[in-house]
Design a protein around this ligand. Structure first.
Ligand SMILES: NC(=O)C1=CN([C@@H]2O[C@H](COP(=O)(O)OP(=O)(O)OC[C@H]3O[C@@H](n4cnc5c(N)ncnc54)[C@H](OP(=O)(O)O)[C@@H]3O)[C@@H](O)[C@H]2O)[C@@H](O)CC1
Ligand SMILES: [K+]
Length: 478
């Protein structure tokens, strides 16, 4: 499991650890890891041109000590100081001792333009809001230059706790972060500014609380969650998932939701709705009924909403069932909030940013810019588990606990019907007995992986993604 902790938690863990160490020890650990990562990126350190962007806090200190290490190995290192009279004194002295220097006033842009590597130590977890104008100008110069950009702890200008970006921020190729990931490194839009992320162990782990603010499942975590049929299993024990989806106008949504559900581990898929003929001709193993959800027979979890049009009655009927329910697409608009809140069985809602915005009564851009706050707000309002789709999918539970973030997605997944496949897959995992948070996050993981396998660098349709789900399962369980 990859975990991320917010700034306040990192600060208190840092205090605990520092109390037992000699002064400056943590910064030396950070600088050693940072220097090594920079050297690796450069390939040949000797003779390379390195520019340090140095703010007045400890982030700048890390940057200066790492620069000193590179200078000792023969790099030409120049520091651009944002606040010369407030620069980390020990770090600057170390850089000078190692042969590095400071850029003369007015030369910063020219120096950056000639660099092979720019190291961004403008601001780290002490940053507030978007970059100030002088810092923003340096970030822009770094973006224009041909140099590789390494961010120290965080790309300067992004919000460490939320992943929000207010105004200018540094765009890094690599972010070297210390002690633990910060939520912003894993959530868009900040994640995109971070490039690839490397975690340097500075010994903070034992001081961090057991429960993180953010969790990202990895292969082994997903493998442990996926249901495996035992020798005693029959279709009912493996779980029956009911799909109440599609309409005469949108039969495809029903077919796609069923295609995801059949690959999600439930023992059987029951389809209820007006697209039974389309479903059965594509997937003859589906149990099809036209009597409505209540009379459909045994079901351990329902999926309602994909392609449902204006069929509010079916949504209400499904919500009245005392089993886990996944609500997607049209169902999100049709579901009565008080009814959802009053449910005792788990509810999993799976909006994309546009649907979440409509439910929250805000603009889509607002949700996209503040994904973590939005998913938490929706979960609270509906007293439900909410999976907010996107390039980094988030899953939050109204009861609190770590928010799950999924990073297996690919932009190729932004294709019509892809969400229907995800809803079927997640519903199937709910029927197999996973909790709403586990079902949502495991489904997002598999779906993203399947999208990558299916696409392999080329456009794909949603049915291709569904067909690649078994390969994603095998990959995860290998
Ligand atoms: N925690 C750990 O375990 C370890 C932490 N370590 C390192 O310490 C870092 C945290 O250092 P920190 O606390 O000194 O704060 P930091 O990020 O340098 O920022 C403060 C400076 O930024 C400025 N500033 C603020 N907002 C700004 C803006 N929008 N635009 C421009 N400037 C802005 C602010 O200016 P001021 O408001 O004072 O004028 C102040 O000068 C952390 O990220 C990691 O790298 C490691 O060494 C080892 C272990
Ligand atoms: K930084």
């Amino acid at each position: 499991m990859r975990t991320a902790y917010c700034v306040e938690t990192v600060r208190s863990a840092e205090r605990e650890l520092m109390a037992r160490l000699r002064d400056g020890a943590l910064m030396q650990r950070a600088a050693a890891g940072l220097g090594a990562a920079c050297a690796e990126l450069l390939g040949r350190v000797y003779g390379s041109r390195v520019v340090l962007l140095v703010g007045s806090g400890d982030n700048g200190g890390d940057c200066l000590y790492a620069g000193a290490r590179l200078a000792r190995r023969g790099a030409g290192v120049t520091a651009v100081l944002l606040a010369p009279d407030r620069t980390h004194a020990g770090g600057l002295a170390a850089l000078r001792r190692a042969g590095g220097g400071v850029a003369r006033p007015g030369t910063a842009e020219a120096v950056i333009e000639r660099a092979d590597l720019v190291v961004d130590g403008i601001v780290g977890i002490g940053g507030k809001g978007g970059l100030r104008p002088d810092a923003a100008a340096l970030a822009e110069a770094a973006e224009r230059a041909r140099a590789a950009v390494v961010a120290v702890d965080l790309p300067s200008g992004v919000d460490a706790d939320t992943g929000e970006v207010h105004g200018a921020a540094v765009r890094a190729d690599l972010t070297v972060t210390f002690g633990t990931h910060k939520p912003g490194l894993l959530i868009d839009p900040a994640r995109e500014y971070a490039g690839s992320v490397r975690l340097v162990d500075i010994g903070l782990g034992p001081e961090l609380p057991a429960e993180a603010e953010l969790e990202a499942l990895q292969h082994a975590d997903v493998a442990a969650l996926l249901p495996v049929p035992g020798s005693e299993s029959d279709k009912y024990r493996r779980g029956v998932v009911g799909i109440a989806a599609g309409s005469a106008r949108y039969p495809g949504a029903a077919v796609l939701a069923v295609s995801g559900a059949l690959r999600g581990g439930a023992g059987a898929v029951r389809y209820v709705g007006p697209a039974g003929d389309a479903v059965i001709s594509r997937f003859p193993e589906t149990l099809v009924s036209d009597k409505g959800p209540r009379k459909a027979g045994r079901v351990q979890a329902w999926v309602v909403g994909p392609g449902a049009g204006d069929d509010a009655a079916t949504v209400a009927e499904v919500l009245a069932e005392d089993v886990p329910v996944l609500i997607d697409a049209d169902g999100l608009r049709l579901a009565d909030r008080d009814t959802v809140r009053a449910r005792t069985a788990p509810t999993l809602m799976t909006p994309h940013a546009g649907e979440a915005a409509a439910l929250l009564g805000v603009a889509r851009e607002e949700v996209e810019g503040a994904r973590l706050a939005s998913v938490r707000e929706l979960a609270g309002r509906y007293a439900a588990t909410v999976l907010l789709k996107g390039s980094t999918t988030l899953v939050a539970d109204s009861a609190g606990g770590p928010v799950r973030v999924n990073a297996t997605g690919t932009s190729w997944l932004a294709t019509a019907g892809s969400g229907d496949v995800l809803s079927g897959l997640a519903g199937s995992l709910l029927a197999a007995g996973l909790s709403a948070v586990d079902a949502g996050s495991a489904a997002a993981y598999l779906h993203g992986l399947a999208g990558r396998f299916a696409a392999d660098g080329a456009p794909v349709g949603a049915h291709d993604v569904a067909e690649a789900i078994p390969r994603a399962w095998r990959d995860v369980r290998d």
